[in-house]
Design a protein around this ligand. Sequence first.
Ligand code: PNW
Length: 489
Amino acid sequence: AQTQSSTNGVAFPAGFLWGAATASFQIEGATTADGRGVSIWDTFSATPGKTLNGDTGDPATDHYYRYADDIALMKRLGLGAYRFSIAWPRIQPDGKGKINQAGIDFYDRLVDTLLENGIEPWPTLYHWDLPQPLEDDGGWPARDTASRFADYAAVVYAALGDRITNWATLNEPWCSAFLGYALGAHAPGRQEPASSVAAVHHLLLGHGLAARVMREHAAQSGYELNLGLVHNQTVVRPHTDAHADVEAARRIDGLRNRLFTGPLLHGAYPEDVVADLAGITDFSFVRDGDLHEINQVGKLDMLGINFYNPSWVAGSAEGIPASALEDGENSHGGPTPWVGAEDVVFVHHGFPQTAMGWEIDATGLSDVLLRLAEEAPGLPLYVTENGAAFDDEVDQNDGAVHDTERVSYLNTHLRAAHSVIESGVPLHGYFAWSLMDNFEWAWGYSKRFGIVHVDYETQQRTVKDSGWWYSEVIRSGGIPDTSDIPGRP
Ligand code: PNW
């Protein structure tokens, strides 16, 4: 396969960036090592009943100690870039003030080792591990957290900005705000609809304040800075073209997508979403100058998109078979991330599903990218996460992991990405989620998203068939035959 393979007519542009992604709490382990403070995910996962099987962030994939081997594996796969996140409680154990040099040293070693191996570091400053002391002071619903985030960003940028060009401030602020403060399925597990919307604003404000200090430092030091944010935009489709379904799609699109792209790309919260939320909050947490900070000072040099699945929504469950109602998304009267839109119903549309119960339809990815290219002409886009969980097992006969469903998922989504590039969308790179199996938040270690399998007893890494296949994509710059999955070279 190595010598014969061609790109099958699906050739990505020269310079297209190929990467894989992880996040600190999901892989590092070592949660009490070298002065690391406590994060909201340490607290949450140690609380009985919050994660499946009571799984915690220890030892995860032990990456804190195995980073050098993991980077050797990235090199073997041919990755051009590695997206990882920095654990705020390693840098500032109290979330403010005192800096923990040992924490900085870890990321120093990580970044230097990546660079020595020709892999571009793509850090994200915040992938959900808020220092617990800041949550005790109110968390993201409190305005002060945005300023503390900017202070932390300044510390990290001063330490690593000389070697890194591409930075993201936040990962998926939708999840931080609505899963953390409204649904409560993610840390800190609060169920306070009004607070969750304040959290959205303070996360975005934190992005702007962090951008200000990072840009100032870059300008003074002559560093090149390409600053972005990672958003989990998806396409929200009406179940039918009935008015109630179209209206449901407008509302969910507002909460999931436009509440974030409004301030970031257009400098304003969308009027219809503000009106939808009138019974929940009056947005009085927005102060003069905030939107300027978010939209102008925080102006995006690039936008990262994490895409997993599209959604279909209906105005009511009437006439929809129970088997088509998405269990995880519909509140059944309980708490929901969809504040002010609790009555909207999420409907399965008959596509095959991943182990998360997420439907597989790659046209969702092309729709998302086409829309953003139209909404923000010229803004460089990156797919910063895309992938799927399946019940992978190491084959006892050959020691491989034959994850054909994941190969197929990546294949169809990469083809979708390629098709929009052909239509002129400025998509410059793609990161598979995830480099390796890891702590899947409330699902603990039960959901495997890796292109590399992790045995949690031995910490042994085994490249899955999808990993070798992706490696061949990178090597050839195109899409190899899926029927001819290259095995371990
Ligand atoms: C993203 N949802 O999380 C995160 O960025 C990753 O850390 C995570 O492992 C990955 O996707 C897979 O889940 C999400 O409920 C978590 O819609 C939940 C949702 C979406 C994204």
